[in-house]
Design a binder for this molecule. Structure first.
Ligand SMILES: [Zn+2]
Length: 244
């Protein structure tokens, strides 16, 4: 049940006829794990929090660096050197104290991934490298948890929502991973932010049933020349992760 305060806080989105109170309650009853809490994942967490997600589990190792500050909008200048996820929780709790935030100041590994995914209804794959994305993908397929997959390289970005055993998984999509190295490309905060808003919206659509998420389709974007393209994804029956 939504409290009077929640009904007021979210009234502008509850107004959307296809979202409504039912969608808002679905958001409240959802736990989302976000892997990678940087320019992309941090902004995803922000928009899930303001939308009224029930609980966020933020997973990211390492401390804030000064060169993160052009895109990590949950961070404050005087937090450089402090653990990112702990500080992300501080900001999110100030913006929306009704959202429960659990922080795991670690990278996603084979040791922690199963407990993270098992306690979540949906995952957001925003890590800066493909090995972590693969580990999350395998666990999501195993535990039947949907995963919003969002990645970027310079001005290019892609996005899809993976529903295990229904749509292509990350391994079907990229048996060999793109050669994207996180420190080797430049990034503008507005680019990671654009992708993050779309990724958060994918999750909100999926959770609430409001509008159509990208199921079985990959949105490919070039934000340099503003080209947006939707490609059909092929679910590989022989996929080593999700195949029969
Ligand atoms: Zn697959």
């Amino acid at each position: 049940m939504l409290t009077p305060k929640e009904l007021e806080r979210y009234s502008r989105q509850i107004q959307l006829p296809s979202l409504g109170k039912q969608g808002q309650e679905a958001l409240k009853n959802t736990t989302a794990v976000v892997s990678g809490v940087g320019g992309l994942g941090g902004t995803v967490a922000l928009y899930l929090a303001v939308a009224g997600i029930g609980k966020l589990i933020l997973v990211r190792g390492g401390d804030l660096r000064l060169d993160d500050m052009n895109r990590q909008i949950l961070m404050h200048d005087n937090w450089v050197g402090k653990p990112r996820v702990v500080k992300a929780k501080e900001t999110l709790s100030q913006i929306n104290p009704d959202v429960e935030v659990e922080v795991i100041p670690e990278y996603v590994t084979n040791d922690n991934v199963n407990s993270l995914v098992e306690s979540s209804d949906i995952a957001f794959s925003c890590a800066h490298n493909f090995p972590e994305r693969d580990i999350l993908n395998i666990a999501c397929v195993k535990h039947n948890v949907p995963m919003v997959e969002a990645a970027m390289n310079s001005m290019e970005a892609y996005l899809t929502t993976i529903v295990p055993h229904k749509t292509a998984c990350l391994s079907c999509m990229f048996p060999e991973k793109p050669n994207w190295d996180r420190r080797a490309f430049g990034v503008i905060g507005a680019v990671s932010g654009t992708l993050a808003c779309l990724a958060a919206l994918e999750g909100i659509k999926f959770i609430t049933g409001f509008s159509e998420p990208l199921l079985g389709e990959l949105l490919n974007m070039d934000l340099g020349n503003l080209t947006f393209q939707k490609l059909r994804l092929y679910k590989d029956p022989e996929c080593p992760v999700c195949g029969e």
